[in-house]
Design a protein. Structure first.
Length: 278
């Protein structure tokens, strides 16, 4: 395999840094979510749950800690779901035509764009993690230094597969449509259902059965499971709900994300091969 994808990757990162407004928003928006929404909701939920009985011997976490994992996951979702929009500019300005006409295989483009989306997600998730710890998020409580390192690597492994899946989906959609408005409409249409049908901000145990079924096929749910397992441990309570994860649950979550990333890679690959560019 050649290294042409590294050129595409480097181009994506240069674009990310040089577009100052996008760069600033990408770094600040997740922190504002955690600071404003997280703090405000934490004060309300904590007051309401003072009378909620806890499970003896099981760690109880505040809502800020609970939702911090969800904010990390949603940040990766938003970053990568809109990450393929740059390809539409390349199509409209003739750059994509030159790349597809080059000796470089077309899948190198999607791999380079995918690596760029994963790297951006790493940067944002890492910043949220640090900012959350400053605000009082109780990640890695009681972990040794070695366990913390393993936990962080586990979180990034889940983020990597999830981000790759959605950047491939976004890239494939960008190659199939002709206007920026169409891409934005599709991304907006996907964002809210994915966010509110997952366990990012609240427990899904009280969902009606049809919404639980949707949550069970939502990739965001499986990313949040992985983040909470590595950041909080295999057992804790939050918002009056007892959470318990087994190793099998986490392996299944990772496999689901791998399958999702594989399917979206094929979708993007076919979109690049059949794309009509001018």
């Amino acid at each position: 395999m050649g290294r042409e994808f590294l050129t595409i990757y480097w181009r994506e990162m240069i674009r990310f840094v040089r577009f100052k407004g996008q760069f600033f928003a990408a770094l600040v928006q997740p922190a504002l979510w955690l600071l404003l929404f997280g703090i405000a909701m934490t004060s309300n939920f904590n007051n309401d749950l003072l009378q909620t009985p806890t499970v003896p011997g099981v760690m109880s976490v505040e809502y800020l800690t609970f939702m911090a994992a969800g904010v990390m996951a949603m940040t990766a979702l938003f970053t990568c779901l809109f990450g393929g929009m740059g390809l539409l500019f390349d199509k409209n300005w003739g750059i994509m035509k030159e790349m597809l006409a080059s000796p470089m295989p077309s899948y190198h483009i999607q791999i380079g764009v995918g690596l760029g989306g994963v790297t951006k997600s790493f940067i944002q998730v890492g910043l949220i993690m640090v900012f959350g710890l400053v605000l009082g998020v109780e990640f890695f409580s009681g972990f040794s230094a070695w366990e913390t390192i393993i936990a962080i690597l586990g979180i990034f492994a889940f983020v990597m597969v999830f981000a790759a899946g959605f950047i491939f989906l976004s890239s494939g959609l960008a190659m199939r449509v002709e206007s920026m408005e169409s891409v934005q409409a599709m991304m907006t249409l996907l964002t809210l259902p994915l966010m509110f049908s997952s366990n990012a901000l609240y427990s899904t145990s009280s969902f009606p059965s049809w919404l639980q079924a949707i949550s069970s096929v939502n990739p965001l749910t499986y990313l949040v499971n992985g983040i909470r397992y590595f950041a909080l441990g295999n057992e804790f309570t939050a918002m009056g709900t007892h959470y318990e994860y087994t190793g099998g649950d986490i392996i299944l979550s990772f496999i689901v994300l791998l399958v999702f990333a594989g399917l979206t890679f094929v979708f993007a690959w076919r979109a690049f091969r059949t794309a009509k560019v001018t």
